[in-house]
Design a protein around this ligand. Sequence first.
Ligand code: SAM
Length: 291
Amino acid sequence: MKLYAPSTIREIKDKYDFRLSKSLGQNFLTDKNIIDKIIEESFIGENDLVIEIGPGIGVLTAEAAEQAGKVIAVEIDKNLIPILKDTLSQYDNVEVVNRDILKSDLNEMIAQSSLINGKSVNSVRIIGNLPYYITTPIIMKILEDGVKADSITIMMQKEVADRIKAEAGKKAYGALSVAVQYYCTVSHVANVPKEVFVPQPKVDSTVIRLDIRKEKPVKLKDEKIFFQCVKAGFGQRRKTMLNSLTGVCGLSKEQVGQVMESIGIDSGRRAETMNIDEFANLANSVYDKIR
Ligand code: SAM
């Protein structure tokens, strides 16, 4: 059975009386080339553990199961569980979990699957064609929770991928770019037109791979202060850093001015021009000022 064929989706809908849920972001992938590309670029090895977010009817799951030691597929929609049992019945290395990914403890899942066929897991690969309505919360949860994964290969709305990839000075650059690039290196995998989904969404998609850094690109004295500066800086993009940072960690405007001067950053700069090194420098100086 060609799981990715639109006719299969129709058959499954009829057989199980399944209704696609718009609110759960159910846009199913029907292009074998894109499926293959996602799997190929996830670099799944035979002793790897794959965690898939939102398997749908299992198009990516089945391909991942061919490569991986084990696949855990986390699907929120209980109506898809009997369907997945059926479509993935030939794979004994797939575990389908009926859960909300945002309420799942991925480190616990990883710890419970630390052995595959008696051998310790080599790499943990997270994959998924993400529900668009919660793309950013899912990525930030994985990164902020310090999930012990090696890479995350995911499809998302093109605009969100553009924001994640953007460098300082670009229009799409913002707090999301800085945050994701702090935790990961970002690689472009594929552009995906909206026509390859059933039902067709309103927007085009992009697949990216996030390789989680073993070592952060900047040394921070206090991560919290760094993220406070980033958040405040991009909170009102039109404001200067001097104005945006006033009040952060209780600093007066004058003190912010002193901090910026001490590290040679012009107080008239705007956040969108500040690269990650400059944000780190700034955050470390704020730390010194308030200690
Ligand atoms: N992987 C399938 C594919 O490519 O055809 C389905 C992708 S579809 C864009 C997103 C999937 O995520 C749906 O199956 C949806 O039910 C599921 N989903 C939505 N919210 C979720 C959540 N909070 N936790 C887990 N799965 C979720």
